[in-house]
Every structure is written in C-alpha cells, then in structure tokens.
Design a protein around this ligand. Structure first.
Ligand code: FES
Ligand code: FES
Length: 165
C-alpha cells in the first residue's frame, strides 16, 4: 500500500493504493465513481476513459500511483442531473445511446476534443473518438450529439455554466 493524493473532480483525495493498482479500480471501487466503465481492461475499447490534466487517459491500464499530483476528471465531474454539461444534455437530446456502456468514455473523449477544438468537423470527431468503441452502433447519433454540444458551448459563455470542468 502507498499513500497518494489525487485531485479528482475538483477535490483532493487522499488514497491508499496497491502497487500497480489501475486508476479505474481506485475510482470505481475506492471512490464509488461508476462513470468510467470496465470494458476490455486492455486499453482497446475506451469505456474507462477519464481525463488527466484535460487529456483522455485509459484508466484500466494506468497505475493510480503514477498519477500523483495530476488532476483527474470523470463523467461525474462534468455536470449533475439538475445541471448537466452540454455534452451530457446533447447525448440525451440526440438519444445517442442504446446500452450506454460506451457513453461515459465517449463523452470524456469528446470533452477533450471540444476543449481544444470548439468547432470540430465530422472527421475531427471521428479521429478523436477512434479509440472509443460502440458495439451498439450509435455512431451517427454520437457525432450529432457532439456537434450539438459544440454549438451550445460556443453560444453559451463558460462562466454561465456549472460543471465546466
Ligand atoms: S476498459 Fe479501458 S480501454 Fe477498455
Ligand atoms: S451504446 Fe451500447 S456500446 Fe455504445
């Protein structure tokens, strides 16, 4: 066991982690953050995607202990039921999920994309989400949702939104 401090969704968390314990296990089992999902466990599906300092990271293979001092954002850090992030709202509005298992990872990859590219083309979106697999085949709706969210985020000043982590 090792002591570790991580900033997770805006809060400094003091954690005890096993050597080599993946961040995903710490988030889900230790902190009860069930947004990031366990899919393949092999860095191949993207279901476990979170952001580390704003960049997508596969939480299933990265040891938590290697992330000391980094800022981690999970789906729970984006918005709430009462005040969803524009991406969360857009995925609802476009009904961009069937089973929804892939959706948290999709949204986190999309968040990183929109933070660096506020007006992405379809091709930009396809590249950004190439590592996020959807077995249900909702890709067209996912692209529409991301474009809808991008439009909302361009039109709405960031200071007027909560959940803009
Ligand atoms: S569960 Fe991490 S990439 Fe599949
Ligand atoms: S909605 Fe089922 S895996 Fe994507």
């Amino acid at each position: 066991m090792a002591k570790l401090t991580l900033n997770i969704n805006g809060t400094a968390q003091e954690l005890d982690v096993e050597a080599g314990e993946p961040l995903l296990y710490v988030l889900r089992n230790g902190l009860g953050l069930k947004g990031p999902k366990f899919g393949c466990g092999l860095s191949e599906c993207g279901a476990c995607t979170v952001l580390a300092d704003g960049k997508p990271l596969r939480a299933c293979i990265v040891p938590a202990a290697s992330l000391a001092g980094r800022t981690i954002t999970t789906l729970e850090g984006l918005g709430t039921l009462e005040n969803p992030h524009p991406l969360q709202q857009a995925f609802i509005d476009e009904q961009a999920a069937q089973c929804a298992y892939c959706i948290p990872g999709m949204i986190m990859s999309a968040k990183a994309l929109l933070d660096r590219n506020p007006e992405p083309s379809d091709e930009d979106i396809a590249w950004a989400l190439a590592g996020n697999l959807c077995g249900c085949g909702t890709h067209l709706r996912i692209v529409r949702a991301i474009k809808r969210a991008a439009s909302t985020m361009r039109e709405t000043p960031i200071d007027s939104r909560e959940g803009s982590a």
